[in-house]
Design a protein around this ligand. Structure first.
Ligand code: UD1
Length: 422
């Protein structure tokens, strides 16, 4: 197992390129299940979650080549429709195979994802929506056994709660259904939007893209020739590096970003006193005269993302005053707090609210990553903690950050990946 050793950084400088979004690549890869031919997806980040989904599709019968962030995947050869527990338990997003498998094969057996570090995370809304499309669902021995007698039938679906992968699953399923599906109160995340844009470019009649109501006219069981696509920039990775610039009050530049996707999170950094300049698809963060405390609530897009909450919390510990975060999306997404406290942060939790005292002097020590974004928050803390911080269990981090230590090294950070026990 690897860990990261980070030395306190005085100032960061330079520029790095942001990778493609993991959360956009995953549904685009799952979408290949609907395709009657090979699909090319470029700008796919080389991270563990992507490899996990590719391994799953390979087990089902697909073949692929993944090199230099370009993926060529042929899922037309898929013959099995069972996603087993050993893969699904390592990555919840494997559930994204459920909708497309059902659309193409009219049956699928997908393991229930089970518990998760950041909360209960049920998939009841995915299943309720699939039932509305005519799917029979049985939950047996930890598996979802889903089948439909003929084609899926278009329907009106009103999500009780906004769900990102739930929306993506139903968008993919509805694309091959009979007739029209309306999805009301759907997710508007850029990753959902990209999935819909790719479907539209592939010939599917889909409207309302980027809004909270989608209408999809299915192909009536015909497979789709999915067009080539280029994955959008990873807005969460970009925000993590912006926080790195901010916490060290440095000037750094990020290349290959999509500024609109970062609006809500960047506006919070502006409120904290940081400045930004933009050039085409690059942005530079400029130091703050004084880092101001702020209050924020995590919400669905276009609000402040829950996936950026842990990172901004670390920055708040260096603000000149007390900040507050209300976590609205996941009930247990404060696991990083106890590790941040070990570094010297002063954070109080009450229900879904965290109160973060500013002006905290952090002291480097050994800390343990608990989930993907919590891991990057600990790395950020390591940039300002005196001495050395060792972040253990970085397999969480490897799920979603491509070449993190390489990118930080390029920004003048003394960071090393080492093997435990050596
Ligand atoms: C996706 C992202 C994840 C991000 C999350 C919220 C991917 C691969 N993952 O996860 O990084 O943190 O969106 O932005 O894109 N819910 C239910 N029933 C369901 C589905 C969801 O109650 O059937 C609840 C969840 O517990 C949570 C909320 O709805 O409280 C939002 O979850 P959802 O948007 O579904 O998250 P994911 O799609 O799993």
């Amino acid at each position: 197992m690897d860990y990261l050793k980070i030395n306190q950084a005085s100032s960061l400088k330079g520029s790095i390129q942001i990778s493609g979004a993991k959360n956009s690549s995953l549904p685009l890869i799952a979408l290949s299940i609907l395709s009657n031919s090979s699909v090319k997806i470029s700008n796919v980040p080389n991270v563990v979650d992507i490899k996990t989904l590719l391994r799953l599709l390979e087990m089902l019968g697909a073949s692929y080549e993944f090199d230099n962030n370009i993926l060529n995947i042929d899922s037309s050869t898929i013959h099995s429709t069972k996603a087993t527990y050993d893969i699904v338990k390592t990555m919840r997003a494997s559930v994204l195979t459920l909708g497309p498998l059902l659309a193409r094969f009219k049956k699928a057996i997908v393991s229930l994802p089970g518990g998760c570090a950041i909360g209960e995370r049920p998939i009841d809304l995915h299943l309720k929506a699939l039932k509305a499309l005519g799917v029979d669902i049985d939950l047996k021995a930890g598996y979802i056994e889903a089948s439909v007698k003929s084609n899926l039938k278009g329907a009106t679906i009103i999500f009780d709660k906004i769900t990102v992968t739930g929306t993506e699953n139903i968008v993919m399923a509805a694309s091959m259904a009979d007739g029209k599906t309306r999805i009301i109160n759907c997710a508007r995340e850029p990753e959902v939007e990209q999935l819909c844009q790719v479907l539209k470019k592939s010939g599917v009649d889909i409207s309302g893209i980027g809004t909270s109501e989608l209408s999809i006219y299915g192909t009536g069981g015909e497979s789709i020739s999915i067009c080539d696509s280029e994955v959008i920039p990873d807005r969460i990775e970009a925000f993590t590096y912006l926080c790195a610039g901010a916490i060290t009050n440095s000037e750094i530049t990020l290349d290959k970003i999509s500024p609109t996707h970062l609006s809500s999170s960047v506006s919070k950094l502006e409120e904290m006193g940081f400045g930004f300049t933009y050039l085409k698809d690059a942005m530079t963060i400029h130091p703050a005269k004084r880092i101001l405390p702020i209050e924020l609530t995590t919400t669905e897009y276009p609000g402040f993302p829950t996936d950026a909450q842990a990172q901004i919390m670390v920055l708040m510990s260096q603000a000149d005053g007390t900040s507050i975060i209300e976590e609205k999306l996941f009930e247990n997404r404060f696991m990083h707090v106890s590790e941040l406290k070990r570094l010297g942060a002063n954070i109080h939790l009450k229900g879904s609210t965290a109160t973060i005292e500013g002006n905290q002097k952090l002291i480097g020590t050994d800390v343990m990553a608990t989930d993907l974004r919590a891991s990057s928050a600990l790395v950020l803390a390591g940039l300002v903690a005196s001495g050395t911080t060792n972040v253990h269990r970085i397999y969480h981090l490897d799920r979603g950050y491509e070449n993190l230590e390489g990118k930080f090294s390029k920004l003048n950070v003394n960071i090393e990946r080492l093997k435990e026990g050596l």
